[in-house]
Design a protein around this ligand. Structure first.
Ligand SMILES: [Zn+2]
Length: 475
């Protein structure tokens, strides 16, 4: 009877408690962080093997008894029984609390001796554990000094220690670990969670072993900027800070073309409150020689853990200091969508600078084909439905025209996307006079290629308002 009750409790708790709550991290495999991860969580912890094999974080198999296995994720390693992520960084780098909570452990203690490699430990092992009050505990190991004490409350981002190589760390690194429940010292049931979620293709083995799954625990808001939160730049030699753009800061780097080695990248990851259609919008400041085809990659991770990727080319030399839509997608709730921008641009791109500033996710409340509401006195933009619709791609006579009416001189943006949310064409019309206007689309994409047959979304934006309509293109 007791067993049944315990099992039910775990099951319900597991469902309810798997919510992102750690602050501000990029949506990338852990190897690609600012400081590289050299060993990840072994999802078969502690030593569960399958036909003498164990399965690594990436889902590949390796011979048991042969750790560490190379090439775990993007060239990093993981090894059997490892319950955290080893993040290599120099001695003295401040270690920050991943989220707010109460320090429940903060001391140097005797660790394993001798170490697994047979060598003596490098002094006593530093351990800090923070209780986040929601059943999760974050754990930090190997520091050289600790700046918090037991019982102290910390906020996300507070310095709790400085990196080092105490205990069995041959190289200075942080061992970062997340646990569910107060089972840290229970060797039989150490409830390790991988805070980056399960990146393999099959079922997360931790789910089968522990009755809960590894989840992406990091969160951000739906407006993400360097001066705000959630935006993370990664190491690169040529970041140049600009005191302009959203929140008064943005960054530019030299563009590189496909085939070259990327040196700069950044991620924006929101935590979305609801499932639904969202406009993904970017804002960039005006930068001399900005590229006209910045390559934004949008990742959407589904419940099963697989990831869809969309690539959107956005003109960073067209609209400045105002958000504009680069894609409209159906997105799941939670922290399951990421926008990725690197310095790589397609061949033939004009401009030499890629600009990194802000991204936001706006619920697509103006539905497709929604008519303007005439009783709205604030409306400054009216739409005249495009025609012909449907339109025949082969007919030169029938390029579709889209009309709009504005009350005052302003910039008007016409954005045409396919049903995947990829922007295929954009027209920016600066200083349009008040009155009625029409824009003709020649049914070509950015590269001058005729677009394929299908349904397109034509979105017209001006004076803070935006309306979308469907256009069917036939051959
Ligand atoms: Zn470790």
């Amino acid at each position: 009877m007791t067993y049944i009750l315990v099992f039910l409790m775990i099951g319900v708790y597991g469902l309810l408690a798997q919510q992102p709550f750690l602050e501000v991290r990029p949506y990338v495999p852990p190897a690609e962080e600012q400081y590289p991860v050299h060993a990840s969580v072994d999802h078969y912890y502690p030593t569960q093997t399958e036909n003498g094999m164990f399965i690594r974080l990436d889902g590949d198999s390796a011979q048991a008894g042969n750790p560490p296995a190379r090439g775990c994720v993007h060239g990093q390693t993981c090894y059997d029984g490892h319950s955290g992520h080893d993040i290599w960084m120099p001695k003295g780098v401040p270690i920050l609390a991943a989220a707010g909570g109460t320090v429940v452990w903060a001391e140097f203690g005797e660790g394993v001796s001798p170490c697994p490699d047979g060598n003596p430990p490098n002094g006593d092992l530093a351990v800090v554990i923070i209780d986040h009050g929601n059943g999760y505990y974050s754990t930090y190991l190997h520091m050289d000094s600790i700046t918090v004490t037991v019982g102290q409350h910390v906020n996300a981002g507070d310095t709790i220690a400085f990196n080092g190589n105490s205990g069995c760390a041959s190289v200075p690194h942080l061992h970062f670990e997340m646990r569910r429940g107060a089972y840290y010292f229970d060797q039989q049931k150490s409830w390790v969670v991988d805070p980056y979620g399960w990146w393999g293709t099959g079922t997360d083995p931790i789910r089968d072993m522990r009755n809960f799954t590894s989840v992406w625990l990091w969160k951000s808001s739906d407006l993400i900027d360097d001066g705000d939160n959630g935006f993370e730049r990664f190491y690169g030699p040529h970041w140049q800070r600009l005191q302009q753009g959203y929140n008064g800061d943005a960054w530019q780097v030299p563009a590189k073309t496909e085939g070259e080695q990327s040196e700069h990248m950044a991620m924006w990851v929101p935590e979305l409150p609801h499932q639904g259609q969202y406009h993904i919008q970017i804002s960039v400041p005006q930068v001399q020689d900005a590229v006209n085809q910045a390559m934004y990659k949008i990742y959407v991770k589904d419940r099963g853990g697989s990831t869809k990727q969309y690539t959107v080319l956005a003109n960073q030399d067209s609209i400045f200091n105002q958000f504009f839509t680069i894609a409209t997608l159906e997105l799941p709730a939670g922290a399951r969508c990421a926008v990725f921008l690197s310095d790589i641009v397609p061949a033939g791109t004009q401009g030499s600078k890629v600009v990194f500033d802000a991204v936001r996710f706006v619920p697509a409340t103006t539905g497709i084909n929604q008519k303007p509401q005439p009783e709205n006195p604030l409306r400054r933009l009216e739409i005249i439905p495009g025609k012909p619709n449907p339109v025949h791609l082969s007919s030169q006579q029938s390029y579709p025209e889209f009309g709009f009416k504005i009350q005052q001189s302003t910039t008007v943006t016409v954005l045409i996307s396919n049903v995947l949310g990829q922007v295929v064409q954009r027209y920016v019309l600066p200083n349009v006079d008040p009155g009625e206007h029409f824009v003709r689309w020649n049914l070509q994409d950015f590269g001058g290629r005729p677009v394929p047959e299908g349904i397109y979304i034509v979105s017209i934006a001006a004076a803070g308002e935006q309306y979308a309509q469907k256009l069917m293109v036939l051959r």
